[in-house]
Ligand binder design. Structure first.
Ligand code: SF4
Ligand code: SF4
Length: 419
């Protein structure tokens, strides 16, 4: 039996929706297609009708429930704190139970469940990348040369790393005596696509004297499976990660990906007492670094002659946890950085995990709404704290033909430190 909540477990929360409509103006999906059934109020009403067996679980219901980024923007503005994202995830589990997974979700979760298969595919992808991809002119990122299932032909993708991050490092890196020990949950995107973020994290932790555990047996955080409504895969991955993170007694488990942070820190913690204990140690790396006094250390570094203008995009999975000040504190303390806010920094980038696969047209339109803020900020670089957002922002920038590059806050911090 699944340990995850059924739609029935949300009966009380569903009833708390007073249909005030305060969520409407903040739902990125509603902003594009103006359909009442996709805004939080509409989805909660659909979930209620489903519970009361007043509607069929038909194609329309499946499509409406799939049109959610799980961004939490509605929850932020809801006077009754109705957890629409959780309700949608429970509805998707119910859909999967009754109708099975979509072909994309089947293919995706089959790979996620098998880290060895993911490793093999990533290595194959890296070897054949020259054949499969072309560089997008004057932009960082790649586009497919040939049509491929589930990937839109105009979607910009990062390159697959020649060697995954976890294959490059030992399981334990000793720091200085008296300093904390952290375990690093790398997540799939850092491991296979953005290993430079992991390298930056290690350089910063070395500078801080922090010891680092990198459990080799770790797997995906489970968020893509959660978003697809695949309860069994979420639980298999939780079991896998429980084993990987049970040793070593670190002071914290750090993530460099906002989505992994919410997967390992929030959802994983609902699956059992031991999982809750481990989830209680999960911290976003930027919040951890601020708690360790890194901004003060950065402010004391020598100032370089060259100054770059940097803006910041809030990933939804950090914003909804209130982690908005820490990335800015680090950026503002960096020598050689002039921090500028962009308009709509807290607006969702439009990725939403599987949402951008099923609804790339809408995902692209939501992303496009970030472009004017990026352009008028006058920034050279757009920093963020989530590899998924980085991929989507780079895609948005490529479509808008803007000159900015997207970078993780950690890469900027590491670049300012002495070698
Ligand atoms: S803001 Fe909350 S209570 Fe109001 S309609 Fe939206 S979900 Fe319902
Ligand atoms: S979670 Fe985001 S996309 Fe989903 S209903 Fe709420 S605001 Fe809309």
């Amino acid at each position: 039996m699944s340990k995850q909540k059924d739609l029935k477990d949300f009966e009380e929360e569903i009833r708390q929706c007073v249909k005030c409509g305060a969520c409407q103006a903040h739902c990125p999906v509603f902003g594009e297609n103006k359909k009442e059934s996709v805004v939080a109020r509409g989805k909660v009403a659909l979930a209620h009708a489903l519970l009361e067996q007043e509607v069929e679980l038909d194609e329309r219901m499946v499509s409406d429930m799939s049109q959610c980024l799980l961004c939490g923007s509605c929850f932020d503005k809801c006077p009754n704190l109705v957890p629409t994202d959780e309700i949608v995830m429970a509805a998707r589990r119910e859909i999967t139970e009754k109708k099975g997974l979509t072909s994309f979700a089947k293919a995706m979760t089959a790979v996620l469940k098998r880290p060895a298969l993911m490793d093999a595919l990533a290595k194959g992808g890296s070897v054949f990348s020259k054949l499969l991809f072309k560089a997008v002119p004057e932009q960082s990122g790649l586009r497919l040369r040939f049509p491929a299932p589930y990937i839109a032909p105009d979607r910009t993708l990062p390159e697959v790393a020649a060697k995954p991050f976890r294959d490059r490092h030992p399981e334990f890196i000793q720091g200085e005596e008296g300093q904390p020990t952290v375990a690093f949950f790398t997540g799939c995107m850092v491991n296979y696509m953005y290993p430079e973020i992991g390298e930056a994290l290690l350089k910063i932790l070395r500078f801080m004297g922090v010891s680092v555990l990198i459990p080799q047996g770790q797997g995906c955080c489970g968020l893509p499976a959660l978003s697809a409504g695949d309860a069994a895969t979420v639980e298999a991955l939780a079991k896998h990660n429980l084993k990987a993170f049970s040793g070593g007694e670190p002071d914290a488990i750090v993530t460099a990906c906002a989505s992994c942070n919410i997967g390992m820190g929030k959802h994983f913690g609902t699956l059992g007492d031991r999982q809750a204990e481990i989830a209680g140690k999960v911290q976003d790396i930027l919040a951890f670094l601020v708690s360790q006094g890194l901004p003060e250390k950065l402010a004391a570094l020598p100032r370089p002659a060259e100054v770059r203008r940097v803006t910041y995009h809030d990933p939804c999975h950090l914003r909804t946890q209130g982690i908005t000040k820490e990335p800015r504190a680090l950026l503002k303390a960096l020598p050689g950085v002039e921090f500028v806010e962009m308009e709509g920094a807290d607006r969702c980038c439009g990725l939403g995990g599987t949402f951008s696969v099923y609804h790339y047209g809408t995902s692209k339109k939501i992303g496009a709404r970030k472009a004017p803020g990026i352009e008028t900020s006058g920034a050279d670089l757009v920093a963020s704290a989530c590899p998924g957002c980085m991929m989507q922002l780079q895609d948005t920038i490529a479509h808008a033909k803007l000159p900015q590059q997207v970078i993780h806050v950690l890469e900027l911090v590491a670049g300012a430190l002495p070698e």
